[in-house]
Design a protein around this ligand. Structure first.
Ligand code: ATP
Length: 459
């Protein structure tokens, strides 16, 4: 595999200087592991979400979207098991007081050869003691025992101090899809198998957030639950593995940097589970998960709510609780993967290095930039920009040399630059420069629109 130019430091710096992602609450000294999307970043992230929704809702003949509340009845989290078991194994270094996840310590120490997911807390403690796994911050060996730490953020609901109920910020979007299973089924008259999808914020009090937007305490998830009959579940599990993979490939991801990783330790309710990992700048890590969750979720909600969640087959009259195939991907993690995948440094003939983000045009924030060659061509350029903006997002730039303006657009991944020059005044044509090849062609405004619209499609 060819050596890549991308590093996390370069990505963070580029994102900041080009308005893609800024550190959260920066003027107050920041707020650890929170990030704000800037004018370019919000467009890219929206495009990723739109591409996902198109593929998994719009193009699916039996999937439906919801947008459920972030704050849910606390019983939801009792039913899902989050109040008791959404925990991580936490260890504190008694010397430098830093906090770590025992599973991460083992994974790093064994260079990924030992899989802590398959270990109990006692086994992890024994491994750390036996191998004298030291604190990665201060290098000392003086650990607390493992304590389990619930990752849900708590808040309270109530108008007086005495009358407060504990509620949670949802740690995943999936439960909003499960609790609406029958609402969606009845209102759409969908027949099993069918899917419910949602994009929304989730919150986790992660012990070790980091790696830029890879692991944050507030993030967006894109989740799709496929409800199917027991017996057909494994077939659909395989189908969603393929759909999840194909989605990434159609966004332009190289298959060399993607791989499946089966879970070694399955949750007690899961029949099959795997991740798709991506080769991020810091190494192979989970990008998305696909899980065969059996009938666990609906059965638990039926039990805890006391409401029947059985589906009645309209033909056979059979009543049953469907199985669920879950496909879940973080929008921010996908953003980090897309940024890493797109980043390139190209050495030009004159020896200069060109930074270019080679996004799929459907993902790029702006589909075209309109650049007047000289300032006195601004009226014509503004007119062209307004015409294009009716069709797709456009950037307009008249500051600096044309070369510098091309570089700025390359750095945010704008696939086409349209330059308005003196010939434009005469015959209405513009040069259309391709981001990847830097080749230029001359087209009329209408031809340029048709040309760009064809290239920015996500199919
Ligand atoms: P991890 O093992 O990385 O903690 P997970 O297995 O807990 O992830 P899921 O609960 O399956 O993750 O969540 C589904 C997806 O949501 C993940 O594949 C990832 O893309 C995203 N995700 C999960 N936690 C975070 C986080 N803290 N920050 C950003 N994205 C996240």
């Amino acid at each position: 595999m060819a050596e890549r130019a991308v590093t996390m430091e370069k990505l963070v710096a580029l994102c900041k200087t080009r308005g893609i992602i800024f550190p959260g609450s920066e003027i107050y000294g920041g707020m650890g592991n929170t990030w704000d999307y800037g004018p370019v970043g919000v467009e890219i992230k929206n495009n990723l979400k739109r591409a996902w929704w198109k593929r998994f809702v719009q193009e699916s003949d039996n999937s439906f979207g919801v947008d459920a509340a972030i704050l849910m009845n606390s019983r939801v989290w009792d039913a899902s098991g989050h109040t008791t078991s959404f925990t991580d194994p936490k260890m504190d270094c008694k010397e430098c007081k830093s906090r770590h996840r025992a599973d991460n310590l083992i994974e790093a120490h064994s260079k990924g050869k030992v899989n802590p997911d398959a270990m109990t807390n006692e086994e992890m403690e024994a491994y750390i003691a036996e191998h004298r796994v030291c604190c990665p911050i201060c290098g000392k060996f003086n650990w607390t025992n493992i304590r389990t730490f619930n990752l849900m953020f708590e808040t309270s609901r109530g108008v007086t101090d005495e009358n407060q109920n504990k509620i949670y910020l949802r740690p995943e979007t999936a439960q909003g899809e499960f609790v609406n299973f029958l609402n969606v089924q009845r209102t759409t008259r969908a027949k099993v198998p069918f899917g419910i999808a949602q994009i929304g914020k989730a919150f986790r009090n992660e012990i070790t957030p980091g790696n830029f937007i890879f692991r944050t305490i507030e993030f967006e998830q894109m989740e799709h639950q496929w409800f199917c009959k027991a017996g057909t579940d494994s077939e659909f599990y395989a189908e969603f593995k393929k759909k999840a993979w194909d989605f990434l490939v159609s966004l332009g991801f190289s298959e060399e940097r993607l791989r499946f990783k089966d879970h070694d330790k399955l949750a007690h309710y899961a029949k099959e589970a795997c991740d798709i990992q991506y080769l991020f700048p810091m190494g192979w890590s989970e990008l998305n998960g696909i899980h065969n969750r059996t009938d666990y979720d609906l059965s638990r909600h039926q039990e805890f709510s006391g409401k029947s969640l059985a589906y009645v087959d309209p033909v056979s009259g059979e009543r049953y609780i469907p199985y669920v195939i879950e496909y879940s991907i973080g929008a921010d993690r996908l953003m980090l993967a897309a940024l890493s995948e797109a980043y390139d440094e190209e050495t030009l003939e004159n020896g200069e290095i060109r930074n270019v983000m080679r996004f799929h045009p459907a993902i790029a924030a702006y589909k075209a930039a309109v650049l007047p060659l000289q300032k006195n061509l601004a009226p014509q350029a503004r007119e062209l920009s307004a015409k294009l903006a009716k069709r797709f997002p456009v950037s307009y730039d008249e500051a600096g040399s044309i070369g510098k303006r091309y570089r700025r657009q390359d750095e945010i991944g704008t696939p086409f630059c349209l330059t308005v020059d003196f010939q434009t005044v005469e015959d209405g044509t513009v040069t259309v420069r391709d981001r990847d090849t830097m080749a230029q062609i001359r087209l009329s405004a209408d031809e340029a629109i048709a040309y760009i619209e064809e290239k920015i499609r996500f199919d």
